[in-house]
Design a protein around this ligand. Structure first.
Ligand SMILES: NC(=O)c1ccc[n+]([C@@H]2O[C@H](COP(=O)([O-])OP(=O)(O)OC[C@H]3O[C@@H](n4cnc5c(N)ncnc54)[C@H](OP(=O)(O)O)[C@@H]3O)[C@@H](O)[C@H]2O)c1
Length: 353
């Protein structure tokens, strides 16, 4: 590089605050597993790339797998983070600079970005552009993004709810759960949810329209509790937690019941996964348990987006988010979801729009 090019390059350097993982995590993640680093980023970008100003970052349970030194599930598409390097996750950004004819400066997009103020995206084609901006931008990390699609696909495509059926949703007020509850009510079902605090139980019933809800942490006999809330049994279980809850739910499923295996957050911080002992119920009750990953349903996202926007506009769908301010609070927000601290979908606001 010539001397004048080098000084021009230096002039293009801008301070870039980043959240990094110090080292691989064992057990429950802690805030001290992460750190803040100040590095520099060049605002001169290569052809085909865009420079993003990150606005919102999504705190997602799957990120726990990426904090481990190896990912034990074969066939997974998830890779470990690199200690010392910036975290990567879903986020919403504004195109500050574009060297790609498909993207204009000032456009809003969402996709996989860095947990930092600015990120150079070398393959912006895989980002989605945000065209409808009559709602808060942050909704694209929730009701208008992956949690929404996950809730919709899991309930409708996998479980085909029918009017009058009984539906149980664990993690009833989270990013995914709050939408599953509302979608199941739209389908005319009787819907019960569970969560870890009274505040969330009230939210489930008063805001999201669950017919009933309970605090699973206060119920010491899950079998009896489920029997009380579902005296006739459960037609559909939307499983966000796995583990002992799934084990007990199997006993309460009705014949030909359906289970959407969406996530198993109760297992993500354990060295050894808990076993499910009541599997014979799957045989005798002819149950369907179906696992899925939302990325397999990208093709139905445009249709889902239209559905969700329409229902938000008509006020038939509500949405609650929990927004932490600034990258300084990013680690505590991310770790918090594994302790149930979030009330609604957890995000980090990196910068104002
Ligand atoms: N299959 C897919 O494609 C896909 C896509 C997105 C998300 N997911 C899964 O969907 C589930 C919900 O994700 P989300 O993004 O909506 O997160 P979220 O529900 O907004 O946040 C996580 C919640 O999980 C609960 N939780 C945390 N640790 C727990 C534990 N040890 N045992 C039981 N519950 C625990 C807490 O809620 P409570 O207060 O209610 O306990 C916490 O607030 C997760 O399992 C996630 O992995 C799957």
């Amino acid at each position: 590089m010539m001397a004048d090019e080098s000084s021009e390059e230096k002039m293009n350097l801008v301070a870039n605050k980043q959240v990094i993982l110090h080292g691989y995590v064992k057990g429950f993640p802690k805030e001290t597993d992460f750190g803040l680093k100040s590095s520099a980023i060049s605002f001169s970008i290569p052809n085909g790339a865009v420079l993003l100003k990150n606005l919102y970052l999504s705190c997602d349970p799957y990120m726990r797998h990426r904090m481990s030194d190896h990912i034990s599930h074969t066939g997974t598409i998830i890779h470990s983070f690199t200690p010392g390097s910036v975290l990567v996750g879903y986020g919403i950004g504004k195109v500050l600079k574009s060297a790609n004819p498909e993207f204009e400066e000032g456009e809003f997009v969402w996709g996989l970005t860095g947990w930092e103020e600015y990120t150079v995206i070398h393959n912006p084609e895989i980002f989605r552009k945000i065209k409808y901006t009559d709602v808060p931008l942050s909704y694209y990390m929730g009701v208008l993004g992956i949690p929404g699609l996950t809730a919709h696909v899991g309930l409708f495509n996998l479980c085909s709810p029918k009017k009058g059926e009984t539906v149980y949703v664990s993690t009833a007020t989270g990013g995914v759960g709050q939408l599953v509850g509302q979608f199941a009510k739209m389908a005319g079902c009787y819907v019960v949810g569970s969560a870890s605090t009274q505040e969330k139980v009230n939210l489930a019933k008063q805001k999201f329209g669950y017919d009933d809800a309970f605090n699973y942490k206060e119920e010491h006999d899950l079998r009896a509790t489920l029997g009380r809330y579902f005296p006739e049994g459960i037609d559909i279980y939307f499983d966000n937690v796995g583990g002992e809850m799934l084990n007990e739910v199997l006993l309460h499923m009705k014949p030909h019941g359906r289970i959407a295996a969406c996530g198993m957050i109760s297992q993500y911080n354990l060295d050894e996964q808990e076993g499910i002992r009541n599997m014979f119920n799957v045989v005798i009750k002819r149950l369907e348990i179906k696992g899925y990953v939302e990325t397999d349903y990208k093709h139905v996202y445009p249709e889902y987006l239209e559905f969700a926007i329409k229902n938000l506009e008509e006020k038939k769908l509500v949405y609650v988010e929990d927004i932490a301010e600034g990258l300084e609070n990013g680690a505590s927000a991310l770790v918090g979801i594994f302790y149930g601290k979030n009330v609604g979908k957890q995000l980090v606001r990196v910068a104002a729009e």
